[in-house]
Design a protein around this ligand. Structure first.
Ligand SMILES: [Fe+2]
Length: 152
């Protein structure tokens, strides 16, 4: 596969996309975990909101994975890779109260947005087309971050 990028830029951009892929796969997983185990008076709205998080995150994973392929980098979305390299705060197994879920997702979004913004900085040098995708995804993540913060 011939990359449109020179080797150095391909490597740096590929690392940014791989990191984003792992974090976003994990975001989809952690949202489903909370969706299933949620309890509390705000169950209904939060249960639905968490499914929106999962479906958005799954769309982002496809965007970043296919951008990686387009620059000649193979995306690694295996469960073992996600478990070993995710940068997201984790949630405990078992029931989770609605108020704790809101707090936890504020923490999760804070972490993933910080990491995405670092990738936006890195790709400013290495590949503006990839940077554009990361900006789009981060814009959505920051909207969802606001929506969790507004529920406190
Ligand atoms: Fe469901």
């Amino acid at each position: 596969m011939k990359s449109p990028l020179p080797e150095d830029a391909r490597k740096v951009t590929g690392e940014a996309l791989q990191g984003a892929l792992v974090d976003l796969i994990d975001l989809a997983l952690v949202a489903k975990q909370a969706h299933w185990n949620l309890v509390g008076p705000h169950f209904r709205s939060l249960h639905l909101q968490l499914d929106e998080v999962t479906s958005a995150a799954r769309q982002y994973t496809d965007l970043v994975a296919e951008r990686a392929v387009a620059i000649g980098v193979t995306p690694d979305g295996r469960a073992s890779t996600v478990a070993a390299t995710t940068g997201l705060p984790q949630i405990e197994a078992g029931w989770v109260r609605d108020s704790d879920v809101v707090k936890k997702f504020i923490e999760i979004y804070g972490a993933v947005i910080d990491r995405m913004r670092q990738r936006i900085q890195v790709t400013a040098e290495s590949d503006l087309v990839t940077q554009d995708i990361l900006i789009d995804v981060t814009k959505d993540l920051e909207k969802q971050y606001w929506m969790f913060q507004a529920q406190q």
